[in-house]
Write a protein that binds this ligand. Structure first.
Ligand code: GUN
Length: 282
């Protein structure tokens, strides 16, 4: 079975569009997402285009703040302060990565907690790991929805997450743990990766490495979720970390790239923006 993230995201976004219309009736305004882009990274620009397009589809207003690659950290922090204080703004997202002269941790920590739509603020991270209510980062949230939508139960299963980033790997592992899976985190220093991934009932791959996972590295009947966004070195086409064609007949469920996790990540950003709007009004 192919897990169609694009179709699920479209379905969820039409529900969100109805909710946003209700919010407009209730409050006389709609949620607003501010997106901060520093520099000209083409991948970042492409992701941001997708986020702003999705906002338009559900009726969320967006505000793009573009800053030059030479912007100082203090100027960036001043821009975030301004968005934090702006009553009309419900969510603040700073697209990562940032240029080397800017401290990413300091910037993330400066975002107002109640506007942290990415769930990257250290207090949100602490809440997640303490098992408290939190703003869950968009990619793990999207993947948990993909599993739920396909009635895939994590409780008691062996889950393996390949990748240990703050954006995906770590919050993904904790989300699966919260769902009572037995979780292993593998990464670039893991020896004999295949021995680990073959144990997985649920395998989430977020390594950023094209063709990392072949059919010989998954268990028959595994659920395989591919977070990778790479360009195939030969064809130049978008591809994930999993060899989709090789794995599709061995997996019970598999998510494609494109059309799998990517649209769900963006969709959950809309969900988090609506959540911030509603919490700020409670
Ligand atoms: N860079 C790659 N993924 C993300 C994300 O989910 N949020 C932000 N802010 N930057 C990213």
């Amino acid at each position: 079975m192919i897990i169609d993230g694009k179709e699920l995201a479209a379905r969820l976004k039409s529900g969100m569009a109805r909710r946003v219309a209700q919010l407009r009736e209730l409050y006389g305004r709609v949620p607003m997402l501010a997106v901060v882009l520093v520099g000209e990274n083409p991948a970042s620009r492409s992701y941001i285009r997708g986020k702003i397009k999705a906002a338009g589809e559900v009726g969320i207003e967006s505000l793009l703040v573009e800053l030059p690659v030479t912007v100082s950290e203090s100027e960036l922090l001043a821009n975030i302060e301004r968005l934090n204080a702006d009553e009309r703004v419900d969510g603040v997202l700073v697209q990562l990565p940032l240029p080397d002269h800017i401290c990413e941790n300091r910037v993330i920590a400066s975002i107002a907690l109640e506007k942290d739509v990415d769930g990257f603020h250290p207090l949100n991270v602490a809440r997640l790991w303490r098992g408290e209510e939190c703003m869950l980062p968009c990619t793990p949230k999207g993947i948990m929805r993909m599993l739920a939508d396909n009635n895939i139960e994590a409780d008691g299963k062996r889950a393996v997450v390949v990748g240990r980033s703050n954006i995906v790997g770590l919050p993904m592992a904790k989300s699966l743990l919260n769902a009572n899976a037995t979780v292993t985190i593998a990464h670039s220093h893991t020896k004999n990766l295949g021995d680990i991934t073959r144990e997985a009932d649920i395998l989430v791959v977020a390594a950023g490495c094209a063709h990392l996972i072949g059919a010989d590295m998954i268990k028959e009947g595994a659920v395989v979720i591919d977070v990778g966004i790479n360009h195939d070195a030969v064809t130049g086409k978008l591809c994930g970390d999993v060899d989709f064609e090789a794995c599709r007949n061995r997996a019970s469920y598999i998510s494609p790239v494109p059309g799998g996790v990517g649209p769900m990540t963006i969709c959950m950003l809309m969900d988090n923006t609506i959540e911030c709007f509603e919490r700020r009004r409670k």
